[in-house]
Write a protein that binds this ligand. Structure first.
Ligand SMILES: Nc1ncnc2c1ncn2[C@@H]1O[C@H](COP(=O)(O)OP(=O)(O)OP(=O)(O)O)[C@@H](O)[C@H]1O
Length: 293
């Protein structure tokens, strides 16, 4: 008997999805599968639910939600042999897009049933994991405004971008050490990605791969509002390098040190996070998560 656990975020995306045992039994027949459905009740709850599923000897754990839910569930599975299934019912669904997991729930369930897994790299920010991307500066500001809107839809994401475009004016100096290069930057944004999709099919790192053992890094220094608007346009074209100030790197490790503050305002897989450290190390664990694709 296969123990399959579904961890479902009821507020992900439109917030209109629900999963019943009866519905899932159409895909996972009761003769072969024991279905366990858990609903997360608050931010971070999916971590506890997934840890409980591991103790309950789940054979497959499925994250039903967006990149935030995937982050919570997958973080407990790094380094284990338990495969992660994904039903992408979030708003951005960056990781699922990179993995070509269909947005149709029915098709995503068939992918899980098919039981083909692949190993992907996992990003580490100090002690935390990320699977899609992390960002500082403007990208964290956008996520802050997006979360404040309390709605997880594309129009609210676009509104959050415009609000940050209008208001964002932070001055911070960060020392970045990548491979043998050390530089002091006053960034508009720093974006570090394992995946080639940010969410909503947009990308700042179209060449990133979940399997290449490398993180793709984009650093944009402080620029004028006109250039910010041009950069937004380049992002829609998936050609961020068209702005000449953009610096792109590929590496498996970098460190960021704040010059004047004792914390980093960041987004981790699309969730706002304040990191109370002067220095952070970002690295990669190669092939450390099994995902059903
Ligand atoms: N019952 C709940 N009430 C409030 N927040 C929740 C609840 N369950 C989970 N969360 C939180 O909701 C946040 C958003 O979830 P998730 O990322 O899955 O959806 P999304 O933002 O719509 O999708 P995406 O990240 O792909 O855009 C996560 O931080 C998660 O911890």
């Amino acid at each position: 008997m296969i123990q399959i656990h579904f961890i479902f975020n009821p507020i992900a995306g439109s917030g209109h999805h629900s999963f019943s045992e009866c519905y899932l039994q159409d895909y996972f027949e009761p003769e072969n599968y024991n279905i366990n459905i858990k609903s997360s009740g608050y931010k971070g709850h999916a971590i506890k639910l997934a840890e409980e599923s591991i103790r309950q000897k789940a054979d497959i754990i499925v994250a039903c939600g967006g990149d935030g839910t995937i982050n919570e569930v997958a973080s407990t599975l790094v380094g284990t042999t338990i495969p992660l299934g994904i039903v992408p019912i979030g708003s951005g669904n960056g990781l699922a897009s990179n993995l070509n997991i269909p947005k149709s729930i029915k098709k995503a369930l068939f992918v899980i049933k098919n039981n083909q897994s692949t190993k992907i790299d996992v990003g580490c920010l100090n002690q935390r994991y990320f699977f899609s991307n992390i960002g500082f500066g403007f990208t964290a500001s956008v996520i802050g405004n997006y979360e404040a809107s309390q709605k997880r839809t594309l129009p609210h994401y676009v509104q959050a971008c415009f609000k940050s475009f209008r208001d964002y004016n932070r001055k911070e100096e960060v020392v970045i050490s990548i491979d043998d290069t050390i530089k002091l930057v006053n960034p508009f944004l720093i974006f570090i990605s394992n995946s080639n999709v940010m969410g909503y099919s947009m990308s700042l790192t179209p060449k990133a791969s979940l399997k290449d053992g490398l993180l793709d890094v984009i650093i944009v220094p402080r620029i004028s509002r006109l250039k910010m608007a041009f950069f937004g346009f380049c992002m829609l074209l998936k050609r961020p390098e068209l702005l000449k100030e953009v610096k792109c790197y590929q590496t498996d490790r970098l460190t960021l040190t704040q010059k004047n503050r004792s914390f980093f305002e960041s987004q981790i897989d699309g969730e706002l996070s304040k990191i109370k450290e002067f220095t952070i190390t970002v690295s990669l664990k190669k092939d450390s998560l099994n995902v059903l694709v």
